[in-house]
Design a protein around this ligand. Structure first.
Ligand code: TYC
Length: 109
């Protein structure tokens, strides 16, 4: 007799509750290249908003500059939304045309 087929007095089978743990859906935050936003500004954003060190921030900025688009990181929906908003707010305040978007991270499923 195993744990799951023990019977209680009234004949009902008792089964131990299994916690259902599902990984949250993840979203990639992407930076889009443009011809006007200064490289230093993009590096600063990657350090302040995405917590990259100067070397990694520079690598990501140069990837976006040469390829047209690049991933800053993958986050839960609310965190990704907040980072996109922070990038867009800082860019707008400095009057740069920098664009930042998010998309579902399909590699997580
Ligand atoms: N292409 C810009 C320049 O030459 C730099 C840049 C990089 C802009 C990444 C946007 O997402 C970007 N000054």
């Amino acid at each position: 007799m195993t744990d799951t087929d023990q019977k209680s007095g009234d004949g009902l089978a008792l089964q131990e509750a299994k916690p259902i743990l599902k990984k949250p859906d993840m979203y990639r935050v992407l930076l889009i290249n443009d011809d006007y936003t200064p490289m230093d500004f993009v590096v600063m954003l990657l350090q302040s908003v995405f917590r990259k060190d100067h070397d990694e921030a520079t690598q990501i900025m140069l990837h976006v500059h040469t390829k047209g688009v690049g991933v800053c990181g993958a986050y839960t929906r609310e965190v990704a939304e907040t980072k996109v908003r922070q990038v867009m707010d800082l860019s707008q305040q400095s009057q740069h045309p920098l664009q930042c978007i998010m998309e579902p991270d399909e590699s997580e499923n």
